[in-house]
Ligand binder design. Sequence first.
Ligand code: ZN
Length: 500
Amino acid sequence: MQDKYTRFQKLMEDIHDLGKAAGVLSWDRSAYMPSGGAAARARQSATLARVIHEIETSDEMGELLENLDEWKHSLDPDSDEFGLIRLAQREYTRARATPSDLVSRMSETNGLATMAWQKARAENDFAAFLPHLEKVFALAREYASCFPHVAHPYDALLDRVEQGLTKAEVERIFNEVKGPQSDLLHRIMDSGVDLDDSLLHQKFPREAQLAASLEAAKMLGYDLKRGRLDTVAHPFATSFSVNDVRITTRVYEDFLAPCLFGTLHETGHALYELGVPQRLEGLPTARGASAGVHESQSRLFENLIGRSAAFSHALLPILQKYFPAQLGHVTPDAFFRAVNKVQPSFIRVEADEVSYNLHIIIRFEIEVALLEGRLAVKDLPDAWRAKFQEYLGITPPNDREGVLQDVHWSWGLIGHFQSYALGNIIASQWWSMMAKDLPQDELMRAGNITPIREWLGAHVHQFGRKYTPKDLIQKATGGPIDTGPYLGYLEGKFGEVYGV
Ligand code: ZN
């Protein structure tokens, strides 16, 4: 059996390496590639995706997995080998269920839809994007139909990024948070308190923003021997190995928050991937457990640390070093209040912590209605405006600040938005558990994040993708996803800031 496992592991290493090579191509496309490279790069990426799919679904892989299945049950379920076979079996089953012509039609449609979306968003022209979006959703339904055992088409799409979680569970979680979050938002809006965030809206030169953000990332534990920071239109973090995890951000010279907090967010993603143990390097298990668990790390570093009162004492001096004229006179308390101003807004990525999940819930409810056929794609702008009025009390003045704002749908990412809200919720679960072991405020105030990172390493990072997200959360917290700590955190922090 050892021979078979060795051969299986070699195939998994090949899949890993080809995936990372595709990642380098995609990172370069966003960060450096001249526009003339687009067509060839799309072809190269498609070739790699096809070769990966061929190995994943090969008869040899099928036979190896069948042979290894019995052996797997003799293994310790916590072993690396068990985790790798489990992951491969899941990927094999999913990939085999999806016809390759559907995969290539999706890839082609997404490529064209992304180009159409960029133009439609720039020109505020939903009608131009509509035929593409109709195709994207039709293909999503076709993809879901490849998994006839699921209770709802959303489940098949959701399972791609959040193994084992269902639409019904997401709905239950969202129903638990949406009432209290709306209520808190209304109390804040009715409080008459208007926090001053003008200190963030000054002239902040680009190079200094990048240098200050990187210094803050280093304070969180980001190591430039194993990473680097670049600028892109839509920031992300990407891992090429457990020793090379890169982050990206974007800069507005008249607004400090996007570059700074975007960097802290991506640093959270990167620290997760960098915290995977060296012994998993080269294997598909050497990455985060799921999109939601990944967001729990990024949101923890961005918000629970980055936007906390305690960490303002450590973060502000870094900013003052780079921006003495703009921020020299600012107190940590004034900075803390400025970065926690609550204001219903149209754009998800700029939303405050109180209203953020409502942006996600709107997208989730719309996706479900579209998949069920209760809503037609052509009626999306109206549905979007109605939901915004209902949940946030504001109506976007145009589609560019409404339904056209996010790139996700044109990429075919349906059943993906929930991960951002789940990340907020799971982050608070880690944080409240950690509070039993560590004096978090004291550490953050001193800028000493190492014990916090080590705690996350021991409870989350070290397992990589060995467990399903549900199993990981169960193991670490002793229970399932729980909205209690998150709602308690929001109420505690913003109740105090706004006196409500
Ligand atoms: Zn993220």
